[in-house]
Write a new protein. Structure first.
Length: 238
């Protein structure tokens, strides 16, 4: 399958050199053809202004920008608050559990690690541009573990009003815990077709289309971790 042509990509890094290195590598890549947005600055506020001005399809944003080690995640939250449609990939040094969770809570559609190859970054951008979620099985496990630990599922809108019915919340909770339609039906004493109808209604109400997006939606309603209060995080062993 070929790649689409002309994906507009913004690269947000902490320095001009880092930004140029990634931008030039993407320009030279064989697939797909990227149109690189040249940033005017390297702080979160400057990057936000650039993204609002240029409307890129995908933004590859480092978690650390010129104004701080977690400024990239603050940028994502500002993009979400401004209803910017650009899909974001967070560039991380390591697959640290809390950083991964915080990236997805902040609105990332994918996480990518500097140890990975350029060809994988191209695939990541392509997938996120298509509306898919990019993350390894380990990152998905982090999200499922976080949801299982929280136990209670309550989906609310911006005014705090509950979006889903009690039964829809029960179905959504089991789906985000990784249960199949058949398993959900057995646990709730429903038919499998009824469960499918509930899932369709849940997706319709939340404006999503996949189970992974449901997990991300619920995570996005969790309270983000304050970087100033973060304790030691263990690095994943290879």
């Amino acid at each position: 399958m070929g790649f689409p042509q002309g994906i507009k990509v913004f690269v947000g890094e902490s320095s001009r050199m880092s930004c140029q290195l990634i931008s030039e590598a993407l320009r030279r890549s064989r697939s797909p053809r990227f149109e690189i947005v040249v940033p005017r600055g390297f702080t979160s506020n400057e990057a936000l202004a650039d993204i609002e001005r240029t409307c890129p399809d995908v933004a590859v944003i480092s978690d650390a920008l010129k104004d701080g080690p977690a400024a990239g995640l603050s940028l994502l939250r500002a993009m979400h608050a401004s209803r910017i449609q650009t899909r974001a990939v967070v560039l991380l040094d390591h697959s640290e559990r809390e950083l991964v969770l915080e990236a997805f809570r902040s609105g990332a559609r994918g996480v990518f690690f500097r140890s990975e190859s350029l060809s994988e970054l191209c695939k990541c951008i392509h997938s996120v541009h298509k509306g898919q979620i990019w993350g390894s099985n380990q990152e998905m496990e982090y999200m499922l573990e976080e949801l299982a630990a929280s136990r209670r599922l309550r989906v609310v809108d911006a005014r705090g009003k509950q979006i889903l019915s009690k039964r829809e919340e029960e179905v959504a909770a089991l789906v985000t815990d990784g249960f199949t339609n058949r398993e959900v039906a057995d646990r709730l004493h429903l038919s499998e077709s009824t469960v499918k109808n509930y899932i369709f209604k849940i997706f319709e109400k939340l404006g999503i289309s996949t189970r992974v997006e449901l997990v991300l939606y619920i995570l996005g309603q969790s309270q983000p971790v304050n970087p100033q209060q973060r304790t030691h995080i263990s690095q994943r062993q290879s």
